[in-house]
Design a protein around this ligand. Structure first.
Ligand code: IMP
Ligand code: MG
Length: 178
């Protein structure tokens, strides 16, 4: 285990097992359809890669980057689009793939924004959810794990752009934040 990690919250094996289950569940739900996956950069990249490899339906990818102003471990609710989609989503079955829902403010904004572009359907799949922290309601269809209110890193999630490559979800030691 990396020196900066205090505790592993979700081991690699459990993570992969759950991602497999989600891929199978989504494939069943969209059987006979094509699914357009929208990955929220950068945190959801690893999840998208593994989740989509566990899907048995035809899929396409597009990417969006958003940023929220505020302190580094908390979001302010003001969302800015840094990179927009390359393709139109009008008439498509769309699934937003996100790493984590915390206050819900980012996804609340994103969901409304994408909904206005007239997809046939629009759902949300998040790897992690911190329900205790929710400030606005977000319609989450698929969720990997509900976790307690702790700042986590790994499997795409970062602290100051580091730790995204860890194959597990971990909690940082307190001194890392100082
Ligand atoms: P929300 O708008 O508060 O739901 O924040 C969502 C975004 O904040 C996520 O997409 C992450 O980029 C970031 N975030 C929230 N909690 C964590 C965490 O525990 N670790 C790393 N990033 C987090
Ligand atoms: Mg994110």
């Amino acid at each position: 285990m990396l020196a900066e990690i205090k505790e592993i919250l979700i081991e690699q094996e459990r993570l992969q097992q759950r991602v497999q289950e989600l891929g199978a569940e989504i494939s069943r739900d969209y059987r006979g359809k094509e699914l357009h996956l929208i990955c929220v950069l950068k945190g959801a990249v690893l999840f998208l890669a593994d989740l989509s490899r566990n899907m048995t339906i035809p899929v396409s990818f597009d990417f969006m980057a958003v940023s929220s102003y505020g302190a580094s471990t908390e979001t302010s609710g003001v969302v800015r689009i840094l990179k927009d989609l390359e393709q139109s989503i009008e008439g498509k079955d769309v699934l937003i793939v996100e790493d984590i829902i915390d206050s819900g403010l980012t996804l609340h904004y994103l969901y409304k924004n994408l909904y206005s572009r007239k997809p046939v359907s629009l759902e949300i799949c998040t790897l992690l959810d911190k329900p205790e922290r929710r400030a606005v309601d977000v319609p989450v269809k698929y969720c990997g794990f509900s976790i307690p209110d702790r700042f986590v890193v790994g499997y795409g999630l970062d602290y100051a752009e580091k730790f995204r490559n860890l194959p597990y979800i971990g909690v940082l030691k307190d001194e890392v934040f100082r």
